[in-house]
Design a protein around this ligand. Sequence first.
Ligand code: F6R
Length: 582
Amino acid sequence: MCGIIGYLGPKHPKDVLLSGLKNLEYRGYDSSGIALMNDESIQIIKSVGKISELEEKIKNEKLINSNIGIAHTRWATHGKPSEINAHPHSSGHITLVHNGIIENAIEIKNKLIKENIHFNSDTDSEVIASLINKYYNGNMEEAINKSIKELKGSYALLIMCDNEPNKLYAIRCESPLILGVGNKEYYVTSDIGAILNYTNKYVLLGANELVTIDKNGYKITKDNKKIVREINISNISNEDISLHGYEHYMMKEIMEEPVLVNNLIKKYANHLELLPDLKKYKHIHIVGCGSAFYVGMIGKNFFEEDGIDVSIDVASEYRYRNIKYEKSTLVILISQSGETADTIAAMRMANSKGIDTLAIVNTETSTIARESTYKVLIEAGKEIAVATTKAYILQVLILSLLSYKIKPDSNYMNDLLSLPQLLKVQLDKTGFHKKMADKVYRKKDVFFIGRRIDYAIALEGSLKLKEISYIHSEAYQAGELKHGTISLIDNKTVVFGIVTDEVTHDKTLSNLEEVIARGATPIYIGTDKLKYKNQIIIPKIHKKLQPLLVVPSLQLIAYYVAYKKGCSIDKPRNLAKSVTVE
Ligand code: F6R
């Protein structure tokens, strides 16, 4: 979940590292640090809080001359956010930064303590530094290779040794790490976005491939055997990481939705042959986490209508289920980052049983995109705000197109072509969404109710609101509320009623009346103009496209609520963009 970057080249590393950390901050932002190395020393500067605080601290320090450095932005796993627990960590000759989680860290630490090795922090990462230092006998490659054999878990490591002041080492397993190649300068980072200001050339690294970099170049080895890997060119542009005048990435990314939706429609509407054909599968399992899981719930509704048997699980549960796979099963993995640890594990479980896997994914270079049997890229560009918006919409669109391909419907295509324009008009209703946010931002409890597809939408609306505004919010199947939860409803509660599903329309409206009778303030979101004071009218469109017009409104309301509350919209507390640990 953390972000790491290393640099070796003619520049002083400070600027490269800080600029990289700012671009990586979405991966974790409770503390950060850098280490600079030269022939005489290694200088480490750390700070708790956002990168801006580290930057301030660095301004007040006299920095050593240096051409090699490593840096880290942290999302705490082992040990609370503090300067001691912040990276880089040192032990003896070794200084390193680590992204990932070492599952047997306590076991290794206890062994090392018995050997009189002393630890300063509570982190699993310091254990790795100590282990490498223990095995270091003048040969770093040997020490690193020996150490990783003892590690269980995930790691991307950037390592420096004070005895080898001209070299930078990097290695990964499970956690992402790429090598950026510039003009006689080299970058190693967990995310290409961190180095795009400097280079778009990169090399993908396989598990436990050790990169050794010095000013003459780099070499990649695995178990001491040389490996040759091609240099790729990234098509992510700096444009993707610029705010374009918006105050927050979340708003910028919501506003990109119509264009991105239009791009996918143009690509696939007349070329459905580019999408995999799911007709041949009798069973589909859909797996994802968080919003990606809620996308899957919408997909479940689509595919069931097409006559396919569908089950859906959050990845952290799916991976531990005892599944007896039937023949002709497809497992669909939904993931923006393609690096979510549980979703990767779910994919590998299915792959290992010979079951076809299909990734609906944004990041082309990611583990899930690389290891799944089939993949469809959602082409969202870089999504930087921690709360997903545009990726969610594009994932739903792909599932809708896949469903249409299974069971074409004459009413679908016209509506599909009108979607981008309708979406744009919906997003432009700024005053209207702000007005709804006014009803919510002082509340302590908000509910979202709906049935079938509207329930899946309610789940996403509720998650968006709670994660960025910190208002307690729950989504309920409208019919389930009176089996207990309705006792929470009183005149301080806001209830969003999502009512777009024709089959359950009247039932959900009755459920909305039930909460009104208990004093709640209702906000009706539906396709019919009704009598409610607070209502969001959504243009009616084909049912397999309808969520694409509802959810953007919920995204905007969540945004405006968080804005009014002065919350950290792009980087909500305790969260990180890509959950690379279990
Ligand atoms: C919520 C959100 C998360 C992600 C989840 C899965 O706004 O962004 O719930 O959807 O962590 O992430 P990916 O899609 O990268 O697997």
